[in-house]
Design a protein around this ligand. Sequence first.
Ligand code: FES
Length: 91
Amino acid sequence: MYQERYQVRLLPRDVTFTTDGEQTVLEAALNAGIAFPNRCQVGACAMCLCRKLSGTIRYDLEPMLTEKEQEEGWIFACQAVAESDLVLALA
Ligand code: FES
């Protein structure tokens, strides 16, 4: 199966890792050995909350974020799947 590869740049540490159109951003970060804050990995604890500065993501399961939070770019890394290169900032 053809898989997309996307670059994810994570601020403020400014580390970069790759992901695909299947795994979550959190899984991709952990697979790359990056210490990305997380606990539940099911969209409940908000430990993985980070801010998307650019790029497109999709959710299989919509996280509990208000419209305003989504507009401000907050995403749940454990639920988000990249659909383009991303720039993210940890809260
Ligand atoms: S790790 Fe708990 S919400 Fe993402």
